[in-house]
Design a protein around this ligand. Structure first.
Ligand code: GDP
Ligand code: MG
Length: 174
């Protein structure tokens, strides 16, 4: 295997920064605009995985939706190899949205590698998430990161972690 292509879906409540973290990951920019995503937006980025000797093409599906998904949103998720769940550190209610979507996805599609991004880390003064809450919600994911699409903090790290988990699972033949 020298090249692997994986579908990754980005999910979470409105305005948590899903489109912005994808933009940061794919183009390394932050626009600061709020353009509500309609349906789904698909971007691709290749990353190197030297530890496995492969180039890994991530096809990133930015799926619009809120705290609960309908049939159309679930249809977008079909075939996903992994998930990026995004919450907003300034809005604790978005954690509940993540938990709801996570359990709905689990019921429909079974387990898949997933990481949690608690985004807007740059707005630290407005952050409303204790370390305990972060640790407790993070425990139900394969990794949890405090990110900022604005500064770029930990966005690449989070995507790289998910990509690594996907490759490892692939190699196990699951
Ligand atoms: P989506 O609805 O989840 O796709 O959210 P967007 O990516 O459209 O972002 C919603 C709003 O939050 C926009 O105004 C973004 O500029 C802003 N935003 C996104 N990520 C960050 C971040 O890390 N820090 C700050 N300060 N604002 C952010
Ligand atoms: Mg969006």
């Amino acid at each position: 295997m020298t090249q692997l292509t994986s579908k990754v879906c980005v999910v979470g409540d409105f305005a948590v920064g899903k489109t912005s973290v994808v933009e940061r990951f794919v183009t390394n920019h932050f626009s600061g605009k709020y353009l509500s995503t309609v349906g789904v937006k698909i971007d691709t980025k290749e990353i190197e995985q030297p530890a496995f000797g492969i180039t890994h093409k991530l096809v990133v599906w930015d799926v619009a939706g809120s705290d609960s998904f309908g049939d159309r949103e679930f249809a977008y998720l079909r075939g996903a190899s992994g998930y990026i769940f995004v919450a907003d550190g300034t809005r604790p209610l978005t954690f509940e949205a993540v938990e709801t979507i996570q359990s709905q996805i689990g019921e429909r599609f079974g387990a898949a590698p997933s990481v949690l991004l608690v985004n807007k880390r740059d707005l630290v003064a407005e952050w409303e998430v204790s370390d305990e809450r972060f640790e407790s919600i993070g425990a139900s994911f394969n990794g949890a990161f405090r990110t900022s699409a604005k500064t770029g903090d930990d966005v690449d790290v989070a995507f790289a972690r998910l990509a690594q988990l996907i490759v490892e699972r692939e190699l196990r033949g699951e």
